[in-house]
Write a protein of this length. Sequence first.
Length: 466
Amino acid sequence: MTLAGTRSTRRERWGWYFYDWANSPFYSSTTTVFGALSMSSIAAADAKANITLNGDRACLNAAGGTDTLHHCDVTLFGLHFPAGSVWGYLLSVATVVQVLVLPIAGAVADRSHNKRRILGGFAFLGAAAAAAMFFLTGSDWQLGAALFIVANIGYGGSLVVYYSFLVDIGGPDERDGISAKGWAFGYLGGGLALALQLGFYLGHDAFGVGQDLAVQICFLTSGLWWAAFTFPAVRALPRRHTPVEVAPGRSVLRAGFTELRQTLVAAKAFPLTLAFLGSYLVFTDGINTVVTVSAQYGKDELGFGNEVLIVTILVIQFVAYLGGTLHGLVARRAGAKRTILGSLVVWVVVLAGAYFVQPKQMLQFLAVAVGIGLVLGGTNALSRSLFSQMIPAGKDAQYYSLYVVGERGTSWLGPLVFAGVGQATGSFRLAIVALVVFFAAGLVLVWLVPVRRAIVAAGNTPPEVL
């Protein structure tokens, strides 16, 4: 049963916007800032401990700062890799693990009488793991890695259910604006949380805490923010939902992967929908990678201190609010597809500019940050709403499960490219410019998809402007 034609209430839409507000600090603070910065430092501390224990002369000669990150190894399950590559590899592992879990989220949501409860369950799991990163200290980066993976499971699972509500609360001509507003509102919430954390981090001495403890408290507050604001969001979302029945004797786990397989088979009847999804998976991998490694690039390649990096990412958050709102306005006049294509061109230009930023040149770095902020939220927001137009009626949860599974299942490639190029060349400058390929390829692929035909083929009415 589809409710795309049912007009949602103002309260329901604000509930949907508010969940973006709730989960954004995990992405903006935990993943983009404090996780990227602290994980590298903690892995470097572990590498230095290994230097002392093992007497590695080559590593001893390189020890200290960026050299330790590039040349000194840490060990996990018998594998050895540079401390500076830990964060990139962790992002890859976290996304691959989600692929095994997210089909369950879609299956449970489809079969539940209360889809809101499933959203809340995943959200609170993620929030608890994010808050528990408070205990990440010393050289125990493995604990942080485990908690980060669990938090990502909660984050990804909640997004499967959250995205499926978009079809319930907006008609074809409304979804671009709703999706863009939700994404912009999320960046506003993430920016506000990061601003408060930044004030605390920079003034930690006045609060009588050390810098490491200040970072731990920021982890804690991100998790608490996520949990606290999930309550009003979940309560306001629509109750109406007709669950899919589970066949007797079949577990939800088995049903989840069976449903994913059936959705993949059925989706072959809509090749244009899959073509757009494939295009999205290419460029969103680049977007996610740029966001999650930008702090490491600024610190390890350009030599900026943590304070500068946090302020820069804060600038990105608030510019992204304006950028998301702007994308919604532009899409109303030019259409979602043209607006996405324009955004991808800007992404290519911004990454090319990032390659030429000189060490310690803050104005150059801020210019790149403003460019990222302008296109950061809007590109994904319009892709989310445009995809909703191509979903066959009544299949929203299934197809958004496929959407998020695909997103998580392919988004390991960008961090892997970044970490691999950095390890092979000893330069994160070359690693950042290597990411241009994701945006250039995405631009060509989106341009080739006949979006209006895809919407009609799915049995839906296209919006007036595409």
